[in-house]
Design a protein around this ligand. Structure first.
Ligand SMILES: Cc1ncc(COP(=O)(O)O)c(C=O)c1O
Length: 499
């Protein structure tokens, strides 16, 4: 039995018993999902939805191998990590094998928020500093300690920025302070961090950590320019702080070419602490902090024990191990590269056709469509983005809009997403954009180059001829080229996943 209540009753009970700040997707017309498989979700009437946003269901909803592993271990034993058990050590060994050598000590937690909170504690204990540098629009979790370092949240609510928190500009080369026409945006953005460090020092403050997602997700699918993290790490280390890479959204092979997103930036960049969650358990609450021996020893030297009742329990570890196997056995990283490239190519054709699309950026199966009202000013098309996600829902495709202006369509589907799924999604989007443009009297134009996102004319200036079929067909995603990342190899940088 999939349903206890009619949809209407479920909604009424939710309104009565679930806190109003816990929001649903598509608030004006929520969906009731009763089951899911792979990249598809099904509502109470059996209608199938293509899931383009669920990066938690990483290897596919209800993957049979993951379900089997959980069930098998649940039948045998589930207890805490105070007893010796092979699952937790095997899992820690396998995870650390995916990371550079110096990242070899694991703390298992139940959520990305717990992982980031612990990462802050580790950083602060390491040298006794307190201050944290975070990026504008960042989100790192729902605990009090993380709302404090999440401008995505504290700038919207009543909370104010604490004196020990410093906000650096997001390294967004499309709508940030330094753009793709800047000669060296990586250095320019890193220098902003250096300036913050100098100002903090001048007022007697000391930096414990710089924290950033390897690619900003809630912040609008932002990919930092190559070289940025290396420079920031140099400045932060020089100030006695540590570099925390938040891979809660973007880890576990989503970028295709590498297992961890930070690895795209080159072998010479290694964070001091990596936090992970979401895809790690495919929906089961599993998360982790991985750090160096030195930092872990400094933490334990305080004498305080770290105990987490459910962290690293035998069932969670069995689930995590099964997911690592599926990623490898089904070549999901390879799939992320292949399908991601194909999807990006299709989307770039859409960009050439539709004036509403200002930028397509992404790597692997992490892609953003930045919608704009005009290409010159890059005015965010927020209302249009909301309209599109509701229309896509009518066409049974689940997408969401995020970023500071909520105008960036986020694509981060389960990693089993296929080329057929990509084509279907883009065809639906094409129809909706065409309808929207016809409704506002905008015309498509054929002069737009996919490599020159800002040259698109505003609708009223646009050509009246329909798009010729000479639309560009790029060999690669221009945003990858312009970010200068290492996307040329499908490999783990330092160690093999399989041990
Ligand atoms: C980048 C990032 N870090 C941390 C978190 C917090 O993870 P959780 O919701 O599992 O606590 C999130 C959740 O959305 C996230 O996006």
């Amino acid at each position: 039995m999939c349903e206890l209540y009619s949809k209407q009753d479920t909604l009424a009970l939710r309104r009565k018993h679930i806190a109003p700040s816990c929001k649903v997707f598509f608030a004006a017309d929520p969906i009731k999902i009763v089951r899911a498989q792979g990249q598809y979700m099904f509502d109470e009437k059996g209608e199938q939805y293509l899931d383009c946003i669920n990066n938690v269901a990483h290897v596919g909803h209800c993957h049979p191998e993951v379900v089997k592993a959980a069930q098998k271990q649940m039948e045998l034993l589930n207890t805490n990590s105070r007893f010796l058990h092979d699952n937790i050590v095997e899992y820690a060994k396998r995870l650390s094998a995916t990371l550079p050598d110096r990242l070899s000590v694991c703390y298992f937690t139940n959520s990305g928020s717990e992982a980031n909170d612990l990462a802050l504690r580790l950083a602060r204990q390491f040298r006794g500093h307190q201050d944290v540098i975070t990026l504008d629009h960042a989100y790192h979790g729902h605990l009090s300690s993380l709302i404090e370092i999440s401008p995505y949240k504290f700038q919207k609510g009543k909370d104010v920025k604490k004196e020990f928190v410093h906000v650096a500009p997001a390294p967004d080369i499309y709508r940030g302070k330094y753009r793709e026409d800047h000669t060296d945006p990586a250095s320019a953005y890193a220098d902003e961090v250096k300036k913050i460090i100098d100002e903090a020092h001048n007022s007697g403050r000391k930096i414990a950590a710089f924290i950033a997602e390897s690619m900003q997700s809630c912040g609008g699918q932002i990919i930092p320019p190559a070289g940025y993290f290396q420079k920031v790490a140099e400045y932060v280390h020089g100030a006695g702080g540590v570099f925390i890479a938040d891979e809660v959204q973007v880890g576990f092979g989503r970028v295709g070419t590498h297992f961890w997103s930070f690895q795209m930036f080159g072998e010479d960049f290694v964070p001091d602490i990596v936090t992970m969650g979401k895809p790690m358990g495919n929906g089961h609450p599993v998360a982790c902090v991985v750090t160096t021996k030195e930092i872990a020893e400094a933490f334990s030297s305080s004498g305080m024990e770290y105990f987490n009742t459910y962290g690293g329990n035998p069932v969670s570890s069995a689930v995590g191990l099964a997911i690592l196997d599926v990623i490898e056995n089904e070549d999901l990283q390879g799939n992320a590269t292949r399908v991601g490239n194909y999807l990006t190519k299709l989307l770039n054709k859409q960009k050439a056709k539709h004036t509403l699309i200002g930028d397509i950026r992404g790597v692997g199966l992490f892609i953003g469509i930045d919608l704009v009202k005009d290409h010159q000013e890059r005015t965010p098309a927020t209302a249009e983005a909301q309209h599109i996600i509701y229309k896509m829902k009518e066409k049974r495709v689940l997408l969401s809009a995020d970023g500071p202006h909520r105008n960036v369509l986020k694509i981060k589907p389960p990693m089993c997403f296929t080329e057929e799924n990509a084509k279907f999604m883009v065809d639906q989007l094409d129809e909706i954009l065409t309808g929207l443009e016809e409704a506002v009297g905008a015309k498509t134009e054929s002069v737009i180059s996919e490599d020159t996102p800002c040259r698109t004319k505003m609708p009223e200036e646009a050509h009246s001829e329909p798009l010729s079929d000479g639309s560009p067909d790029p060999k690669e995603n221009p945003s990858r080229k312009r970010n200068g990342l290492c996307t040329d190899k499908h490999s783990l940088l330092s160690k093999r996943l399989k041990t």
